[in-house]
Design a binder for this molecule. Structure first.
Ligand SMILES: *Cc1c(COP(=O)(O)O)cnc(C)c1O
Length: 350
């Protein structure tokens, strides 16, 4: 794929001090168009900046869009991506579910690599820091009727990022037992903005009760754990690692998959199976609910020290970050930063 590059004439100041997440962006962005009959065309990198859209643009009304989240790391003067082909593959799964044209996976990785390389001095130094990469697809027909769009944009933006919730600080999660995120036959397994639109009211309730995110139960029986806000969820119960088995209403996290691999490598028993909220309440009562943690690209591992369910707090383990959560975080971030052996071949040099 040929990518036309227009470099910025006025490079921005890099943010100083604590980086936070998702508010500052690098100097460039990648854009490519899709037009029916012509396919994907005009791959280009241009200075980062605001874009013009018709107010009728279909994504603004009906949310036909998908996105990804991935990270680039700096290590010994080299730059790495973590399992980028998995994001390219998942992106096509999400696109297929939302009728967005397929995008060639090698071109996807090439686009990410080319943009990150150009803005590589934005990859922050330091533990817990990385460059967050947000590729996304949007439907862009200037048409207010409900239809499958004939024109799309594929865009990639980059932001330097520190720790998401503050590295390894345990958070409280509210179990949402009224609203649901996704249903059987719905779009829960696709990474599409509509799932997040559906989640905001539960997030607001969680925050009102002092929690960081909402934990979703299944849409039919409201009893099986699905996932948490932006993360997949794991529990350590009586020495075993348990996580909900994937189904079409759970996002198939790349961090989830990597954590399962690492747990098995540590010699831990991992069970992917249905988990009910009652099982967790019981385990907590018996003192066997030892740890809970969310997994996702942005957070890596986010320890959970409290589940708030029906106005009661279920305290997990000692209420502090658990040993397995910490070991998984240290191991995965060391692999990502090139400080530990990459025995699963996850890191891709740019
Ligand atoms: C992106 C996402 C995750 C985590 O996926 P990773 O590939 O690990 O980043 C989990 N749940 C939801 C709803 C997500 O959107």
């Amino acid at each position: 794929m040929k990518i036309n590059i227009t470099k910025t004439q006025s490079p921005k100041e890099k943010p100083q001090g604590s980086l936070g997440f998702g508010r500052s962006f690098t100097d460039h962005m990648f854009i490519m168009n899709y037009t029916e009959g012509q396919g994907w065309h005009d791959a280009r990198i241009v200075p980062y900046g605001n874009m013009e859209f018709s107010p009728a643009s279909s994504v603004l009304h009906y949310g036909q869009e998908t996105f990804e989240g991935m990270k680039a790391y700096r290590s010994n003067g080299k730059y790495y991506l973590f399992r980028p082909e998995e994001n390219a593959k998942r992106s096509n799964y999400s696109n297929a579910r939302t009728c967005i044209p397929e995008f060639p996976e090698e071109d996807y990785v090439q686009a990410v690599k080319t943009l990150v390389k150009l803005d590589a001095d934005w990859i922050p130094e330091g533990k817990d820091s990385s460059l967050y990469i947000r590729p996304f697809f949007i439907a862009n027909d200037p048409f207010v009727g409900v239809a499958i769009s004939k024109t799309y944009l594929f865009i990639i933006i980059l932001c330097p990022a520190g720790a998401y919730f503050g590295s390894l600080n345990p958070v409280g999660i509210r179990v949402e037992d009224e609203y649901v995120r996704a249903v059987r036959g719905g779009t829960g397994r696709a990474k599409t903005g509509g799932n997040y639109a559906a989640s905001m009211a539960a997030l607001a309730r969680a925050q009102e009760e002092g929690c960081a995110q909402a934990m979703w139960l299944d849409g039919i029986e409201r009893k099986y754990i699905e996932e948490v806000g932006t993360m997949n969820i794991f529990f350590k119960i009586d020495g075993k690692i348990v996580t909900p088995a994937l189904n079409e209403s759970i996002l198939s996290g790349i961090t989830r998959d990597s954590i399962i691999t690492l747990c098995k490598d540590f010699g831990l028993t991992v069970e992917e199976r249905p988990i009910t909220i009652d099982e967790l309440v019981d385990a907590a009562g018996r003192g066997t609910l030892q740890e809970a943690f969310g997994t996702g690209t942005a957070v890596v591992i986010s320890p959970v020290n409290k589940l708030r369910y029906k106005n009661k707090d279920i305290i997990i383990g000692t209420g502090e970050t658990g040993e397995t959560s910490r070991k998984l975080y240290e191991t995965l971030t060391a692999i990502q930063r090139g400080e530990a052996e990459d025995k699963f071949g996850w890191c891709v040099e740019i």
